[in-house]
Design a protein around this ligand. Structure first.
Ligand code: PRE
Length: 293
């Protein structure tokens, strides 16, 4: 059976996403995103499902940086899943006010407005994942902590939901990617979804002594009418002011115009690297997810 690594323990959004990609695979929880990617690089698993970007919080930098700096692990599919955050407590503490709110930093940030309005006195405490926080308070009811996590975590760890849908913006989605060194470029589970699109993600490094290089990179796509759905700069980590760009193109790599655009970019001295050309789909509502939440 195929093995897929995800950020554990059971009940994370990453697990929900992994299930949405492939229900039949064996899902293996890892303590953090870098361990998931390392497990795939060492071929302990056949694939890894990791978060890339959230509607409210933006990019998951740890994933981007690992894909660019540490590993060569192709993206073979993408799913954006709905992220509904709830406030959970141990059932013994359902009537008490909690002094600490405990969760993954991204989950806390997605509920910033709610927390300032309803739990302004509470301290924020970071956990390695939403489900890790849920598991810990389930095991230690004496901890004076509320947790932000999903419905699956509440069910898995027997916690009470005291406030539902506390994320600050209704349309909260996180893009997850499936990475694999074995699969073909077409992940069949995403390919089979309605409204699937093709996307190509590249990393571009600009030549240092070329003014207007970014303008030229963008115009290589613009005059071919190739739509870009994302462009973001990240530090190269080699010195202040050194950046690379991650660009999402809304077309397949073998789309007739894409190779020409990339050749044009290379001709001005840019280095390019392909992170993947893959099918991409959005799951709009929680009830469209295969797993029970
Ligand atoms: O903690 C989890 O449940 C995760 O899967 C991680 C993570 C993230 O890294 O952004 C994934 C989706 C949500 O945006 C919140 C947290």
């Amino acid at each position: 059976m195929e093995k897929i690594a995800y950020l554990g323990p059971e009940g994370t959004f990453s697990e929900l996403a992994a299930t949405a990609f492939t229900k039949s695979a064996e899902r293996l929880p890892y303590r953090d995103i870098s361990s998931c990617l390392q497990a795939l690089a060492k071929k302990e698993v056949d694939g890894a499902v990791v978060p890339l970007e959230n509607t409210i919080e933006g990019s998951v930098n740890i994933t981007l940086d690992h894909l660019v700096h540490k590993h060569d692990l192709p993206i073979v599919g993408e799913l954006a899943i709905p992220v509904a955050q709830h406030l959970l407590v141990h059932p013994q503490n359902a009537d008490q006010s909690m002094g600490i709110v405990y969760s993954h930093p991204h989950a806390l940030a997605q509920c910033h407005d709610y927390l300032s309005k309803h739990l302004s006195g509470a301290e924020w405490m970071h956990a390695s994942s939403t489900a890790k926080a849920a598991k810990e308070i389930a095991e230690n009811p004496s901890l004076n902590r509320a947790v932000i996590a999903n419905r699956l975590a509440a069910k898995t760890y027997g916690l009470a939901i005291t406030a539902e849908n506390i994320h600050d913006f209704a349309n909260n989605h996180t893009r997850f990617v499936l990475l694999s060194t074995r699969k073909t470029q077409n992940d069949p589970s995403v390919e089979a979804r309605p409204s699937v699109n093709r996307k190509t993600t590249i990393v571009v490094t600009l030549p240092s002594d070329y003014s207007g290089a970014l303008h030229q990179v963008l115009s290589a796509f613009a005059w071919r009418k190739l739509n870009l759905s994302k462009i973001e700069s990240r530090p190269m980590k080699t010195g202040i002011g050194h950046y690379f760009f991650i660009i999402d193109i809304d077309h397949a790599y073998d789309d007739v115009l894409v190779p020409g655009a990339l050749e044009e970019i290379k001709a001005i001295g840019c280095a390019t690297r392909l992170l993947g050309s893959y099918p991409s789909a959005v799951i709009h509502e929680e009830n469209e997810m295969e797993s029970t939440i």
